[in-house]
Design a protein around this ligand. Structure first.
Ligand code: GAL
Ligand code: CA
Length: 330
């Protein structure tokens, strides 16, 4: 009998100390810039998961400045956080962040902006949570190809080719490079010949994209643009604004240019419902945010990272799949 009591006592002790250690975890998280519609969804997902699991999370705004973010990381380390979640301003400087984490012996989970494999491999406690950029590019290109298959009249100059303009995200971002490349590849793979008539960097930003699209419309003429491919929804919506200002995409089928983005932000889904935008690709912030926090908490508490409910690839990566979204899917 005594033995059983003893055993139960030890079990309760173990359970209490287990939840105690989870609740005592502090996560220092750095976002490249708060003023980013997709990263807002990501932040909210991390906050929600932290509340659920009892981990303490503190999230800072890097204001799109790597020096500002570096200072925030130094402060987190000085304050003794148990684990870092980093959305680097400049993913190519991630080695410096990894070195800092390594010398403090703190695990680090990168999100959304992917360090190179060499960088991640330089520290066994460095990880990446994100989505495969090429997958989103392929799916965005397929949305355009599917539209042209269903609407032969979209080839306005009847030359059998698709004359498109491209709005690109920040320079050097894997999503900018690979979405631009694979969207065009997917159009080719579907049997069309894509022709880029103009392209520009609009830094994920709606206003910049609107101004650029306005300039394209002025110089090229809207009647000569057969499709708009944007690396994200905010830029797609900027393009839609510019088109609407020129009486396009307001309901007249003769004055319509298919526009695609990536993210599936609420504002893009609304534009799709109104027929102003063709489609988007779900960038799953909920699962990326939740898995990043779960991974970080497991790393900090010494829990098996393979038991958090997400597949860890190459002992380094959590890949959350993208998903095509068209009108009516909302
Ligand atoms: C991309 C997303 C963009 C922007 C960017 C920030 O994955 O599609 O909208 O948020 O990340 O790094
Ligand atoms: Ca054409």
């Amino acid at each position: 009998m005594r033995k059983i009591f003893m055993l139960a006592f030890i079990l309760i002790l173990a359970l209490v100390s287990c939840s105690y250690s989870q609740e005592n975890i502090t996560i220092g998280a750095c976002i490249y810039r708060f003023n980013d519609a997709f990263m807002l969804r990501f932040r909210n997902a991390m906050q929600a998961e932290s509340e659920k699991s009892g981990a303490k999370i503190s999230i800072t705004d890097g204001q799109d400045d790597q020096n500002t973010q570096d200072a925030q990381i130094d402060e987190f380390i000085a304050n003794g956080v148990n684990v870092l979640i980093i959305n680097p301003v400049d993913r190519m400087t991630s080695q410096g962040i990894i070195d800092k984490a390594k010398s403090a012996n703190i695990p680090v989970v990168f999100i959304n902006r992917e360090p190179t494999p060499e960088m991640l491999n330089s520290y066994e406690r460095a990880y990446y949570v994100g989505a495969k950029a090429e997958e989103s590019g392929t799916q965005a290109g397929q949305l355009i190809a599917d539209y042209f298959k269903a609407h032969p009249e979209a080839d306005k100059n009847h030359d059998g080719k698709i004359q498109f303009v491209m709005l690109k995200g920040q320079n050097g971002h894997q999503d900018m490079i690979l979405r631009s490349k694979y969207s065009v590849e997917a159009i080719k793979a579907a049997g069309f010949e894509p022709v880029e008539i103009a392209s520009a960097i609009a830094n994920w930003d709606k206003l910049q994209a609107m101004n650029i699209m306005n300039a394209f419309i002025m110089s090229i003429g809207p009647e000569n643009i057969e499709a708009v491919i944007a690396n994200n929804d905010e830029m797609a919506l900027g393009a839609v604004e510019a088109l609407k200002n020129n009486d396009y995409n307001k309901g007249d089928p003769a004055l319509y240019i298919p526009v695609v983005g990536v993210d599936a932000n609420a504002s893009a889904l609304d534009a799709m419902d109104k027929g102003e935008m063709l489609g988007t690709v779900l960038n799953d912030a909920d699962n990326q945010g939740a898995s990043a926090v779960k991974l970080a908490a497991a790393l900090a508490s010494g829990k098996d990272i393979n038991s958090i409910g997400y597949t860890i690839t190459d002992n380094k990566y959590i890949w959350i799949p993208y998903q095509k979204v068209t009108r009516g899917d909302k």
